[in-house]
Design a protein around this ligand. Sequence first.
Ligand code: UD1
Length: 356
Amino acid sequence: MSVKTVVSIVGARPQFIKAAPVSRALASSFKEILVHTGQHYDYGMSEIFFSEMEMRPPDFNLGVGGGTHGEQTGRMLIELERVLVQAAADCVLVYGDTNSTLAGALVAAKAGIPLAHVEAGLRSYNRAMPEELNRIVTDRLSSLLFCPTDAAVVNLEKEGIKEGVHRVGDVMYDALLHNLERAHKHSKILDQLGLRKGEYALATVHRAGNTDYADRMRSILNGLGSLSTRVIFPVHPRTRRMMDEWGLSADSNVSVIDPVGPFDILVLQENANCILTDSGGMQKEAYLLGVRCITLREETEWVETVSTGWNRLAGVDAETICQLYETWHPQGEQPPLYGEGRAAGQILAALLEELK
Ligand code: UD1
């Protein structure tokens, strides 16, 4: 029996984390061609993830870079089509909800190549988010849908998508389990920043729905500035650009630092007294690490982190952020919402069955 070819398409920071465990699992049974669209290209947003997580370099880097949604996605479509034709792919694997996901899905579906979506079925029910549109289209085009949660399966059912749906758990949990010990060994971030466990909060903001509105960013920064703790704030390039544009700066209790790699972010999260974020991945990682999370959005796709009592949706109101930080301390249990850390193995099993 000849070895089948799976093309994995990644491009943005969270996708490198999700693809790493899947690539390790695929290695035993498939030829994997890894394509990086180049959506993220700074060392700290891309290469450090490959080196720390011991991923082999991508087979293709399309160097697409930034731009408007149309420019970025359009360039990806052109380049990805070339690569997929050349690769004679038996299956295309896309991750999450970025423009790289959408482009990969469109090209694969139009080329008649079976499409598999890792992190299928997530919905915020807010179509103003580019990610929501990317998810809806990608799920609609996929023949294999790998859901991280029960809620994701239900969301797909509501849209009439029932075939090819597999509830496999969350590959980010696989990644966390794989990386945590190595992060403890290699990360020096606590010493570098002079931090001790429980004595600081960690904040990140990068969603366009926050960064692209001066009043929302100002309100978030006011909220962080009013906390009775030091706040470590690794700043995404989008966020930095917009803060510069509006002349916004952080208060003196907030340490603004460059984006950090996968080891440092895990260690920073694990030791924080609270995580304040608009990132989806960090809401889950907070839960998995047993750290309370204040989400700087009005809604979340990761609804089970809220219903179990570990995550609160603050939006961007400075007073609400501060009040939650000072007064809210969850104590509930943490049931295994995201599987057992074996999602990648289940994805492999489903692909073997489907492509045999
Ligand atoms: C993208 C995803 C988002 C994901 C996030 C993770 C979409 C629509 N959004 O948002 O879902 O949560 O990645 O970070 O795909 N930039 C740099 N250097 C880089 C990367 C980006 O300077 O390495 C700049 C870009 O040029 C652009 C801005 O940052 O001006 C935003 O980058 P972009 O790729 O458009 O989306 P993200 O905001 O990162």
